[in-house]
Design a protein around this ligand. Structure first.
Ligand code: GTP
Ligand code: MG
Length: 367
């Protein structure tokens, strides 16, 4: 069973709720029939009544095993995350790739959020994720979320390897994601692209031309030099990976950013990893759920659907999920709601318990 109210618990055991309330009271827990019992209390009271219960977590109840057959898998575009030290030119580089104006339009030139964008290179899609620091990426990795297929490591040729460069290398290694190095700012008078190569070798990132396995490209985001070369290299690297996913399934993936928009309510940018997401779908993202009211693509247009490797904004969620949360579409809206509500309830109970430092031992001490 799962966390339930006093009334539901009594019904399940087939006993009068007054009986449960009395036993709870004796434990120093004044709960009414509609209040929620924690897992500890459920176990304790059931035990008290000589009954055995098994607590099933919502994750357990709704667990799924994605068992796609080889013939269901279709090629999908690569998801590329751009990482590197502050100011080494991540946003400028993406900007050069997109031919837009994000970097110059940003407040103070610092990336405020993860931007997801989609680029079309001769009919081949690449999904890019820009990162402000590495927090969201760390959060996602901590939850076991593998969101990126390739990391483009941006290193400024006039500055060389810096702390966040090393951090990015460590992330890539831990997640087992290949690194393509973009040696940026080669237009600058003090640029030393070969020194960058030497410094990276010390961290185990070795250029192919030196017998290693990492592809390096010299670029200037500012003067738009080497951009085509970089894109070709990314595609080459992605092709080696033979990326595939099943598009004919209920959609699932991860939240890459989320916020509360004044006019539109909770907005979550998700990356679809499997299946096809459509307006009208019943979706859960962390403790949030809802029916997808609209899908907005990275160019700001309404989308009819999003398939594997597509980043897309979801409107219609009940609350703002957290970056790194898994999202999943359910056939039945009630299941979506149940999973989200149970997650939220558990989070609340956990919070209350940490606040009141209440443990099983404390409960026994009160008897
Ligand atoms: P954060 O998001 O704050 O970590 O920075 P970032 O890595 O996205 O760097 P951003 O693209 O904002 O660029 C930082 C500064 O470097 C800006 O002033 C850019 O104009 C400059 N810059 C970026 N690329 C180049 C380049 O190729 N050559 C020169 N000369 N300057 C560049
Ligand atoms: Mg930036």
């Amino acid at each position: 069973m799962q966390g339930s109210t006093v009334g539901e618990f009594a019904d399940l055991l087939g006993v009068p709720s007054g009986d449960v309330i009395k036993r709870l009271f004796l434990l120093g827990q004044a709960l009414t029939v509609t209040q929620t019992m924690s897992d500890e209390l459920i176990e304790l009271i059931a035990d008290d009544m000589g009954r055995k219960v098994r607590i099933v977590s919502p994750e357990e109840e709704f667990a799924v095993v994605y068992n796609d057959k080889e013939e269901d898998l279709k090629p999908r575009p690569p998801v590329v995350t751009v990482m590197g030290h502050v100011d080494h030119g991540k946003t400028s580089l993406l900007d050069a790739i997109r031919h837009t104006g994000v970097a110059s339009g940003e407040a103070g030139g610092i990336t405020q959020h993860i931007g997801a964008s989609v680029v079309d290179i001769n009919g081949r899609q690449i999904t890019f994720i820009d990162t402000p620091g590495h927090e969201a990426f760390t959060a996602m990795r901590a939850r076991g979320a593998q969101v990126t297929d390739v990391i483009v490591l941006v290193v400024a040729a006039d500055d060389g390897v810096m702390p966040q460069t090393i951090e990015a290398i460590n992330h890539a290694k831990a997640a087992n994601v290949p690194i393509v190095v973009a040696v940026n700012k080669i237009d600058k008078p003090g640029a030393q692209p070969d020194r960058v190569r030497q410094e990276l070798v010390e961290h185990g990132v070795i250029p192919e031309e030196w017998g290693g396995s990492n592809m390096f490209v010299n670029v200037s985001a500012k003067q738009k030099l080497g951009i085509d070369d970089l894109l070709e290299t990314i595609i080459l690297q992605a092709d080696v990976l033979e990326l595939k996913a099943n598009p004919d399934a209920l959609a699932s993936g991860f939240v890459i950013e989320a916020n509360l928009d004044k006019g539109r309510g909770p907005v979550a940018t998700v990356l679809v990893q499997r299946g096809t997401l459509k307006p009208g779908d019943s979706v859960v993202a962390g403790e949030s759920y809802g029916r997808v009211r609209a899908l907005i693509d990275p160019r700001g247009n309404h989308a009819k659907q999003a398939t594997p490797s597509d980043p897309v904004e979801i409107l219609g969620l009940s609350s703002v999920p957290t970056a790194g949360d898994e999202f999943r579409v359910f056939e039945d809206e009630r299941d979506a709601r149940k999973l989200a509500e149970e997650r939220a309830m558990r989070a609340r109970l956990k919070e209350q318990q940490t606040k009141s430092h209440m443990s099983l031992d404390d409960l026994f001490n009160r008897i």
